[in-house]
Design a protein around this ligand. Structure first.
Ligand code: LCS
Length: 403
């Protein structure tokens, strides 16, 4: 398609990344092959030497993967993207590409639990130290910078507290310190937030979530601003080997076609549900960027095109009531992950953020009673009815038992 760069976001979702293929398919074919034949020994040598363009071996590049990568890069407004086997593979590749022994990272408290664990375990063992901060407080971010800081790493909204960090202000802090700002944009997707527009240097996603949107793929992606960074990251990804495969790339690329539509519905339904929960007598606190009660509501209005589909709540009855709520719902699925068409419910302290430990959870504001909801695209009345039936019973003396 001509001039895809000049089209609106919804059009890019449908058409970006798609090229001309043999036989003229409308959808990119799945090149389910590990390796590609060379026309001659000289051809193989020249591909390896980088003198000619072409495919060699799927870990190093594949047309189906590339189509998905080009699509994500176009949606984020980045230069190029690198498909990874999971969101965690993307996170690890970024840390490995940008740091060396003795370097320092400033990381938001409010990130996916295993990202904290990766920094505190493997990265620490490799001699990279991390200071965790409340990234919604710019002074804390500034004060954590040292002469060795190479990366400021944030998720905004953060998992699972939904606290919001000012990307533009943090990009300035990073650049003044000669560091890179890396933004995990998983919770928003490029439909709702484009970190490059605010000065981020690297954007990444767990594509397992909104980008794919159908809870049937594990995948990740890194999007970079320039060719030099792309080449550097590609080398690291080739060495670490955490690439995505062609079939999962195909599925993500297919999911992306409906991203704009899905995000609209996620936002609309989550807004209705957050409002409902805020007025429910069993609920103590609702954390949702679309509510005026959210501490960074005005920043969310500036930085985000919508509130997203995630809601975190605390019940008056604490963890016990939360457990009852999770066991009592029927339509919401009791499962980790988020960003799919089906609504999910989970308990971060014992599930997604269990690995980081109680101390780190407390510092990140993840209390034991916090329950996280990922709002899908079912009819919102069915979702509210499901929550209502469950919430009505959460304070019953007897725990609700699953059958
Ligand atoms: N970044 C964010 C913000 C995430 O939420 C996750 C996974 C990852 C990175 C890692 O991606 P993965 O390797 O799983 O593709 N978040 C999950 C969650 O909240 N529940 O289950 C997985």
């Amino acid at each position: 398609m001509e001039n895809i760069e000049d089209t609106y976001f919804e059009t890019k979702c449908v058409h970006s990344g798609i090229k001309e293929y043999e036989y003229g398919p409308v959808v990119p074919p799945i090149y389910q092959t590990s390796t590609f034949k060379f026309k001659s020994a000289c051809h193989g040598a020249s591909l390896f030497a980088g003198e000619e363009k072409g495919y060699i071996y799927t870990r190093m590049g594949n047309p189906t993967i590339e189509a998905m990568e080009d699509s994500v890069a176009a949606l984020e407004g980045g230069h190029k993207a690198l498909g990874c086997g999971s969101g965690m593979a993307a996170v690890h590749t970024v840390f490995a590409a940008l740091t060396q022994f003795g370097d320092h990272i400033v990381c938001s408290h409010a990130v996916y639990g295993p990202t904290t664990t990766l920094l505190n375990s493997i990265m620490k063992r490799y001699g990279v130290e991390t200071t965790f901060v409340d990234a919604s407080n710019l002074d804390e971010v500034k004060n954590a910078i040292t002469a060795k800081t190479r990366i400021i790493y944030i998720e905004t909204p953060g998992n699972p507290t939904l606290s919001i960090s000012d990307i533009k202000a943090i990009a300035k802090i990073a650049h003044n310190a000669g560091a890179y700002l890396v933004v995990d944009n998983t919770f928003m997707s490029p439909a709702l937030q484009k970190p490059f527009e605010f000065g981020a240097d690297i954007v990444l996603h767990s594509m397992t979530k909104f980008l794919n949107g159908h809870a049937d793929v594990i995948g990740g992606v890194i999007i970079v601003r320039d060719e030099q960074m792309y080449c550097d990251f590609r080398k690291v990804l080739n060495q670490l080997g955490g690439v995505i495969d062609p079939f999962n790339s195909f599925l993500v690329h297919r999911g992306i076609k409906t991203l704009a539509l899905r995000m609209q519905q996620h936002c609309e339904s989550a807004t209705a549900i957050a409002g409902y929960l805020e007025n429910h007598p069993a609920v103590k606190k609702v954390m949702f960027p679309g509510l005026r009660s959210h501490p960074q509501y005005s920043l969310a209005q500036k930085q985000q095109k919508g509130p997203g589909g995630l809601i975190a709540i605390e019940l008056k009855g604490g963890y016990r009531a939360g457990k009852n709520m999770m066991n009592g719902v029927k339509l919401f699925q009791l499962a980790v992950s988020l960003g799919g068409v089906e609504s999910l419910i989970q308990h971060p302290a014992s599930m997604t953020h269990a690995s980081m430990g109680a101390e780190a959870r407390a510092a990140a504001g993840i209390c034991e009673g916090l329950v996280r909801l990922s709002i899908g695209i079912e009819n919102v009345n069915d979702l509210i009815n499901d929550l209502e039936r469950s919430l009505d019973k959460v304070n019953d003396v007897k725990d609700v038992v699953m059958n």
